[in-house]
Design a protein around this ligand. Structure first.
Ligand SMILES: *Cc1c(COP(=O)(O)O)cnc(C)c1O
Length: 381
């Protein structure tokens, strides 16, 4: 067996990345200041049509800042999905709050019906505050747009408004996805809630090596985000600080890579769409994206009744595949947290196998993955 290794999701760095990094080095601006940071922020802002954008060190850092920006503090609670990457949830604990875990719907994103039921039947709404069974003030709902799909934000935003919850969009996997119809037609993932966060980690649709971006329609909130991310430094000469801040600002080198990547995002999405359709043409039934959106086709989720055997077989054949994340309410740090009627997420957890989805995947690679998957699925019948 000497087949080429087919990775799950790797970056595609054939644009201006090298030129821009060289430019940053030639200018000798490599750290947390420099022209590429502004250019990258402006490019993201223009692409997703937000009021502004603040670049930071990672998606996780952006989510941590979002908790602070939404006033989430110790003894508060935040409603979160269980089917997601743990980086979405840990920031709730960073600020001393508790997560409350929700199930997913068929889009793999938070189930709005169960969210509503939870708020109606397990909480009290007192003096304009939603209070959970242990007396915590639920301040926000954190929505994750899983795999580039979009959550049902129409319904979730209505529930949030009714119960005075802030909406934090973890759009780390969904840069480029937008609604085609409905109340939010034309709006991009990340730009609808109070605050949205993107990630530019190496496996995301565009990468800056590592990095994140906070977007919002509220400039005051964004200015505060920038302040917090730069050690809450109020002036550059005397270094006065009015609060505890963080070293969360993106570097110029990261922004140079990120800007070059963003220039190519629509090409990446086109390729990912073609590859997604190619799997479907070969009768590999990937979980569909919602009809009413333009997804970014970031990750491809295949449902198998023999998840572990399929993973083993692909691995032996030099094809990298992966199950979905361990459900967060079952991970050690969150075993004692509240969860509400989690059913569908268990079903998906048992069956999802993520298939190779890099934008530089070629037709032959897909044919090989298809052949190996079908081989194993026939054996398991
Ligand atoms: C990647 C990811 C993050 C974290 O982003 P980093 O930039 O790696 O810190 C958060 N949430 C979800 C759902 C992600 O997929």
């Amino acid at each position: 067996m000497n087949h080429r290794f087919i990775p799950l999701s790797v970056p595609n760095l054939k644009g201006n990345e090298r030129n821009y990094v060289n430019e940053a080095i030639d200018m000798e601006w490599v750290s947390t200041g420099g022209a590429f940071i502004d250019r990258f922020e402006n490019a993201v802002k223009a692409y997703v049509r937000s009021e502004g954008a603040v670049a930071c060190q990672s998606g996780t850092a952006g989510l941590h800042l979002s908790m602070l920006l939404c006033g989430v503090g110790s003894d508060d609670a935040v409603i979160v999905p269980t089917l997601t990457f743990i980086a979405a949830v840990n920031p709730v604990r960073y600020v001393g709050a508790e997560p409350i875990f929700m199930d997913c719907d068929e889009s793999l994103c938070m189930d709005p019906e169960k969210l509503k039921e939870y708020c109606e039947t397990c909480c009290k709404f007192l003096d304009g505050k939603l209070i959970d069974a242990s007396g915590r003030h639920i301040k926000a709902v954190l929505v994750v747009h899983v795999f580039g799909n979009l959550a049902d934000l129409e319904m979730i935003c209505d529930i949030a408004e009714q119960y005075h919850l802030k909406v934090i969009e973890d759009a780390t996997e969904a840069l480029g996805s937008y609604y085609l119809s409905g109340r939010f037609a034309g709006k991009f993932a990340g730009t609808i809630g109070n605050v949205g966060v993107y990630s530019f980690n190496g496996n995301k649709i565009v990468t800056s090596g590592g990095g994140g971006m906070i977007v919002s329609q509220d400039m005051e909130l964004l200015n505060h985000a920038k302040h917090l991310s730069t050690q809450a430094k109020s002036d550059d000469v005397y270094y006065s600080h009015d609060m505890v801040g963080y070293n969360y600002r993106m570097t110029n080198l990261q922004a140079a890579v990120g800007l070059a990547q963003l220039e190519q995002i629509e090409d990446f999405i086109d390729r990912k769409k073609q590859n997604y359709c190619c799997y479907l043409e070969h009768e590999i039934n990937l979980i569909p994206f919602r009809k009413e959106i333009r997804p970014n086709y970031w990750f491809y989720a295949y449902l198998s009744n023999n998840r572990d055997k399929l993973i083993q077989h692909c691995t032996e054949q030099n094809i990298q595949v992966r199950p979905v994340w361990q459900l967060i309410h079952t991970t050690t740090p969150y075993l004692n947290s509240t969860n509400f009627k989690i059913e569908r997420a268990l079903y998906y957890y048992d069956r999802i196998v993520c298939l190779p989805c890099s934008s530089n995947l070629c037709v032959d690679d897909i044919a090989r993955v298809v052949q190996i998957v079908k081989e194993q699925e026939r054996l398991s019948l």
